[in-house]
Design a protein around this ligand. Structure first.
Ligand code: EPZ
Length: 424
């Protein structure tokens, strides 16, 4: 099995370019199923999850041309040959569920294998289903002859409706927004997710002829249209990747220019790092993050839906807090089981105590290299950051998680001076 070896590296220095956002490009690719015309998505990150989504689009019958060396994907879904998603891609990538809204809107039916839970939680889809039912679909949980669970939605016609999301679910907001784009009449989503990736998707859908207002606020209004046309769109930069490199500068007491990022997408990360004594300055082409002469101190953390502190940066921030002086408390409010990395960090002498949704970080420890396991994508990134400052060598296994969501993380860190390599 492939592994990543990380050794203690001095302060990382240099410039890192932020790739396109994983959590924006996946729904954008799903949206190309809403039209029979040609679509072009640019600034696409080179990620395993992007390849899986392209495989999924092709399984529905779309023609997909991946030009990942140019960060471009072309999709032409002029005829869909099926509305049943294959088990493989769905099981390997939960985000496949956002293909359900477009396929339902386009064909009148959609049958998606139940996406399994994962390390960070059981990841229910009740809000997605509630949204489709509100739009007039019949939704059933069914089993195929080999006992695999599916969710199936059917609707002669989708009709606009008003709905409230108990949790501002990113995926449910995306699914409902895409289905409602082709519904008859107006849809109002109260308490939607407000992430930048929602805004990026709404911008793309509007380029395709949809009529969506309010994305990024606490109410989204969608006026259905009879059909959508093809359009070209560039994916927004990945705020979580950018945040991960900001943490790399902080934890190694380095000085990194994080290029091609949108600072207004990372406000809580900037605020928290500044609270810890990291110096962050805006430059023309990005954010400079410096902790070279910083007198770092701890800060408490609470994850929340956007615009709160992002749960996807919680593991990386925990690694950082474990070495700064002073204890701190981390409260994870978004996912019920997003502390799998505590065990692994403790193998590196982090001394973190888990108490339900709360983690108590002792702080001020000297991390020690160890053999650890990436339990999910962001936990893997946290272990890489920890390995950069740990005494000795850190060997990270199950790194397929990392390949899913970071474009060339080994190359980018190497160019910043990290002592890191991948052993296949
Ligand atoms: C998206 O997942 C992201 N993934 C996640 O990033 C991110 O952590 C998450 O949003 C929250 O910001 C993609 O965009 C591909 P949710 P998603 O639906 O849509 C509960 C990463 O590392 N919920 O907003 O699955 C759910 O259990 C990944 O890049 C319901 O109760 O997240 C969770 O507690 C990890 N019912 C909370 O809402 C539902 O029907 C947030 O989930 C749906 C969700």
């Amino acid at each position: 099995m492939a592994e990543i070896i990380v050794r203690k590296s001095g302060g990382l220095k240099g410039t890192v370019f932020t790739s396109g956002s994983k959590n924006a490009v996946l729904p954008l690719l799903a949206a190309t199923l809403l039209t029979e015309q040609k679509c072009e998505i640019d600034s696409v990150p080179n990620l395993k999850d992007v390849k899986v989504m392209c495989e999924l689009l092709e399984s529905f019958g779309a023609n997909v041309t991946e030009k990942l060396d140019e960060n471009v994907i072309l999709v032409e879904a002029n005829t869909l040959k099926t509305s049943v998603a294959p088990i493989g891609p769905v099981r390997s990538m939960r985000a496949s569920i956002v293909s359900m809204g477009p396929v339902l809107a386009r064909t009148g039916t959609a049958r998606i294998p139940l996406p399994g839970g994962c390390a960070i939680g059981d990841r229910p889809i009740d809000l997605h289903i509630k949204g489709f039912i509100a739009l007039g679909a019949d939704v059933d949980m069914i089993e195929d002859e080999s006992g695999n669970g599916y969710v199936e939605a059917r609707a002669e016609k989708l009709v606009g409706a008003e709905m409230y999301l108990d949790t501002p679910s990113v995926g449910a907001t995306e699914n409902i927004m895409m289905a409602a784009s082709l519904a008859e009449g107006t849809t109002i989503i109260e308490n939607p997710a407000q992430e930048p990736e929602i805004v990026d998707l709404a911008n793309y859908l509007n380029k395709m002829g949809a009529k969506i207002k309010g994305a990024g606020t606490d109410m989204i209004k969608i006026e259905g249209v009879p059909e959508l046309h093809g359009a070209t769109h560039s994916v927004i930069p990945d705020r979580i990747e950018a945040g991960t490199y900001m943490l790399a500068a902080a934890i190694t007491k380095g000085n990194i220019l994080v290029e091609n990022m949108l600072s207004n997408h990372v406000v809580p990360i900037i605020a928290k790092l500044r609270e810890c004594g990291v110096v962050i300055t805006e430059e023309d082409d990005g954010l400079r993050v410096s902790a070279e002469n910083a007198n770092l101190k701890s800060a408490d953390l609470k994850t929340l839906p956007y615009p709160g502190f992002p749960t996807d940066i919680q593991p990386q921030f925990m690694a950082f807090l474990s070495i700064v002086s002073g204890s701190s408390t981390i409260l994870e409010t978004v996912f019920e089981n997003r502390f799998m990395h505590i065990n692994e960090l403790n193998k590196m002498n982090a001394g973190i105590i888990e108490d339900g949704r709360r983690a108590i970080v002792k702080g001020g420890v000297q991390l020690k290299g160890a053999e650890v396991r990436a339990t999910d994508l962001r936990a893997g990134a946290a272990l890489i950051l920890a390995g950069l400052v740990a005494e000795g060598e850190t060997v990270i296994s199950d790194i397929y998680h990392i390949d899913r969501g970071y474009d060339d993380i080994i190359g980018k860190l190497k160019r910043l001076g990290a002592d890191i390599e991948r052993i296949d």
